[in-house]
Write a protein that binds this ligand. Structure first.
Ligand code: ZN
Length: 134
């Protein structure tokens, strides 16, 4: 595993459209392992692949228990609303006030391509929305 460099907001990777993941191979697994290590090192709750310069639809979200690997994620349901401070590892030192759903349900694939659904509330719901926006 290796720590990857988190790109900052000037980087074009953050503006381009990410493509879906189609190969669930060793290269993907290495990327996921690196992203997890990078997120732990940065002490964050979420990291999306474009933030490490990879234009693929991949995000990792720490829900307080597990580091969830979300491949080709989509939001399939939301409930409620929350408004609060939200930051981004690619925009260090800056926090904005953002309204998000309080509960978010996501459908995604795991590192082997199997579909699953996962829900999260509060900070986890916020992280789902933020990382999928990336
Ligand atoms: Zn971000």
């Amino acid at each position: 595993m290796a720590i990857r460099t988190i790109v900052l907001r000037e980087d074009p990777s953050l503006r381009n459209i990410s493509r879906p993941v189609t190969n669930f191979d060793a290269r993907l697994h290495t990327l996921l392992d690196d992203m997890r290590e990078t997120l732990i090192e940065a002490d964050g709750v979420g990291l999306a692949a474009p933030q490490v310069g990879v234009l693929r639809r991949i995000a990792i979200v720490f829900n307080g228990v597990n580091y969830l690997e979300l491949i080709n994620p989509e939001i399939i349901g939301t409930e409620g609303e929350q408004t609060g401070a939200e930051g981004c590892l690619s925009v260090p030192g800056i926090c904005g006030t953002v309204s998000r759903p309080n509960f978010v349900k996501v459908r995604a694939q795991d590192r082997n391509g199997n579909h699953f659904e996962v829900g999260g509330e509060g900070l986890t719901a916020r992280a789902f929305c933020h990382e999928i926006d990336h």
